[in-house]
Ligand binder design. Sequence first.
Ligand SMILES: [Zn+2]
Length: 301
Amino acid sequence: MSFCAEVKNELTTIISSACCYKAEAFGMLLYGRAFGLSEISLMTELKSVAEHYSSCIRDLTGVTPTTECSKAGKYKVTIPNREDRIAILNYFGYTGKELSLRVNLSNLEQSNNDCCSRAFLRGAFLVCGSVTDPEKDYHIEMSVTKAKLCDDLLQIIDDIGLKSKKIIRNNSYVIYSKDAESVEDFIGTMGANNAFMTVMQTRAMKNIKNQINRRSNFESANMSRSIEAGLKQVALIEEVLKKIALDDITDDLAELCKLRLENPDISLDELGKMMKPELSRSAVSRRFKKLEKIAEEIKAK
Ligand SMILES: [Zn+2]
C-alpha cells in the first residue's frame, strides 16, 4: 500500500466530534468530483474513502448514496435522486443555484477553536489530496478544479498556520508544500498521528545518514591530504639523498627518512609512533622542517 493510501486510511478512522463531523463531511463534498444540483459525486481508488464519504452523508442528512466499483478498482459514489441532492445542498447552506461555488464558512464555525477548520482540511485532503512517501521526497498537495474554491482553501490553510503555495497545473489549481517540516505539520494538523510519526522518524533517519556521509567525506578528505603530504615528503627526501648519503645525515633524521620512504601513506602521528623513541606529531613535523632547510641549502650551493 502506498504511503498516501496509508495516510488516507488512517484519516478515515478518526472519530470527529459533532461540530467537526459536519465540517469534515463538507470538505469531502465540496472538494469531491461534483457538488451541485445536477451532480453530487466522488471518485476514489480507496474503498475506505468511498465508505467514509457515504457514511458522513447518510449520518448527517439521512440520504443514502449509491456506490459503484469499476473494473479498474475505482469507486464512484453518487446521489442519483435530485430531491436528495437538494436536501444535501440545503443542509450545508446552498441552493445549488450559486453562480460561483465558495466555501460557506458557517459550516466551519461551530466551535471557537480551529478544530472544525482542521476537520474540513482533512475532508478536503481525503478527496483531492495526495502525499509522497517521505523516504522518496517531501511533497503534499491538493488539486482543485475551481480557482475560487482553491483560494478559499488556501486561506483556511493559511489561517490554521500551515505553510503552502499555489501553482496552476493542467487546468487545475494545486496547493502544495514541499519541505519536510510543512509536510509533517500538514499531516499532524489533519490528525494522522501514525503517519506524522513516520514522517518524523524518516526525517530523523535521513539527518543521521547525512551526518554520517558528511563525516566520512570529511575523513576521506583528511586522509587524502595526509597521503599528499606523505608523497611530498618522499620527494623531498629523494631530492636530499641525491646529494647527501643517508649515513651523512644525523641519525634522528636518517631514521625518519627511512621510515617515510618505507611508509609513504601514513600520517605524521603514525610515523612518530614508529620512531624509537616515540615522537609526537609536532616533533616529526619539526624534523621534516629541518630536512627542508637542508634541501634549500643544497639548492643554494
Ligand atoms: Zn469542531
